[in-house]
Design a protein around this ligand. Structure first.
Ligand SMILES: [Cu+2]
Length: 424
């Protein structure tokens, strides 16, 4: 698949996500039209449906999926305007292709996408070999004498059942990837599920500086997970970030008093909520984090977390979640929760069934129609970033009616009589 197509598709999805604040497009219809315009094959169209337009690897001649990840450093902008230095993984502009050795800051900026936290999702498929090459470009935005310069990195595939050679623990038995060197991890996933990747060199500092990303392994190329069908899916990656610790790492290479490490940002997909509802860096204006769905749909949420000691407690208002898998393994029987515990390294996959509101106006918690409800960290420390509440891990369910939006001035009629939900 041409990278330009996917890049265009990703941009289109992001723009559509922003536009959907006011417009309600038929998303699947739009997808089909766009696919036709680009002349995508059936296989490519199927992949877009299961990856939400994320970049995917290139198919090598032997059928293996190939990805080239590059480690680097840089800054991310928080919703309050602060620029925080981070280390992370990135890739070529518009693709996971190999762009050769990248050594200088100029090459990093010209050839690679800016570093993100978490970095982009790797989509893999059960039984299909993947080759993931890690290139260490060095450190480019640190003080000359900082101890963080020239550090090595790895990828640990957290939750995958792999041999030690591709497990990413340094020198057990493979050496970590030194500056300006590369190493290829080759693996064939055995199980579908939600996983994550992170660096395993000086794990505390490297992970908390931003070196992590989601890994989604698909059983097949349809919208199913663990045998359950879904209409839409969102990956919500909860994490902690300390701008002061990162600054110490950047300046000196050492974070003093790690036992006292404290996050000052609590993130979903690298962002916080903010009181400016239109801020483009707010969680709720990120189309990958704002949970848009229509009545009657089933939404799969892949919840995952990484951090030092905070246990996130995601809690959606108005809905119970059906837990279908823990740590990438299907549960023998699902169960319902409205508040989960999500500690560092854990993944919990849940389904949220959006009711048909017009036929289920029975209780206050069902709302009086489609609309917006919040989903937030109920471990309330995670709702405070840089000392301000509720600037933390909060997103919204933006649920839309497929048909007619209920108007408050129109009385609701049920069984031939005006319906008052307070009397039920
Ligand atoms: Cu590292």
């Amino acid at each position: 698949m041409k990278a330009s197509k996917l890049l265009g598709w990703t941009t289109a999805i992001m723009l559509a996500g922003i536009a959907t604040y006011t417009v309600m497009p038929d998303v699947s219809g739009e997808e089909a039209k766009q696919a036709e315009a680009w002349g995508l094959s059936q296989e490519e169209q199927e992949l877009i449906n299961v990856t939400n337009g994320d970049l995917i690897g290139d198919r090598a001649k032997d059928g293996a999926w190939e990805f080239h990840l590059y480690t680097t450093d840089g800054y991310i902008e928080m919703a309050n305007g602060e620029l925080v230095w981070v280390m992370g993984y990135t890739h070529a502009r518009g693709s996971f292709k190999d762009v050769g050795e990248v050594k200088t800051k100029e090459e990093v900026e010209r050839l690679l996408e800016p570093v993100k936290v978490p970095s982009d999702t790797l989509h893999l498929f059960v039984g299909e070999k993947a080759r993931i090459t890690l290139h260490n470009t060095g450190i480019h935005s640190c003080d000359e004498h900082s101890g963080i310069n020239h550090v090595a990195h790895t990828i640990h595939f957290h939750g995958l059942d792999l041999t030690p050679a591709v497990d990413g623990v340094p020198s057990l038995p493979v050496d970590p990837v030194l500056e300006h060197k590369a190493f290829t991890y080759e693996l064939t996933p055995q199980y579908e599920g939600s996983f994550l990747g992170h660096c395993h060199v000086d794990s505390f500092n490297h992970i908390l500086a931003g070196m992590y990303f989601p890994i989604i392994i698909h059983q097949d190329k349809t919208k199913t997970a663990y045998g359950y069908k879904y209409d839409r899916d969102y990956t919500l990656f909860f994490s902690e970030l300390s701008s002061t610790a990162n600054e110490q790492l950047q300046e000196t290479g050492i974070v003093h008093g790690l036992q006292d490490w404290k996050a000052d940002y609590f993130l979903i997909n690298g962002r916080t909520f903010t009181d400016n509802l239109y801020h483009p860096r707010s969680i709720i204006n990120d189309p990958r984090s704002r949970i848009v769905a229509y009545e009657d749909e089933t939404v799969l949420l892949r919840l995952m977390a990484i951090g030092a000691d905070h246990v996130f407690a995601p809690h959606p208002h108005g809905y119970h979640m059906e837990v279908i898998a823990l740590d990438g393994r299907k549960l023998k029987s699902s169960y319902e929760k409205d508040t989960l515990c999500l500690a560092s390294g854990e993944r919990v996959d849940v389904l949220v069934k959006i009711p048909h509101f017009a036929s289920q106006r029975k209780c206050m918690s069902c709302n009086l129609g489609a609309g917006i409800t919040i989903m937030h960290d109920h471990n309330l420390r995670g709702m405070v970033s840089t000392g301000k509440y509720p600037m933390g891990a909060l997103t919204i369910f933006d649920v839309r009616s497929k048909t007619k939006v209920a108007k408050p001035e129109e009385p609701l009629i049920k069984e031939g009589k005006p319906y008052n939900p307070l009397e039920h």
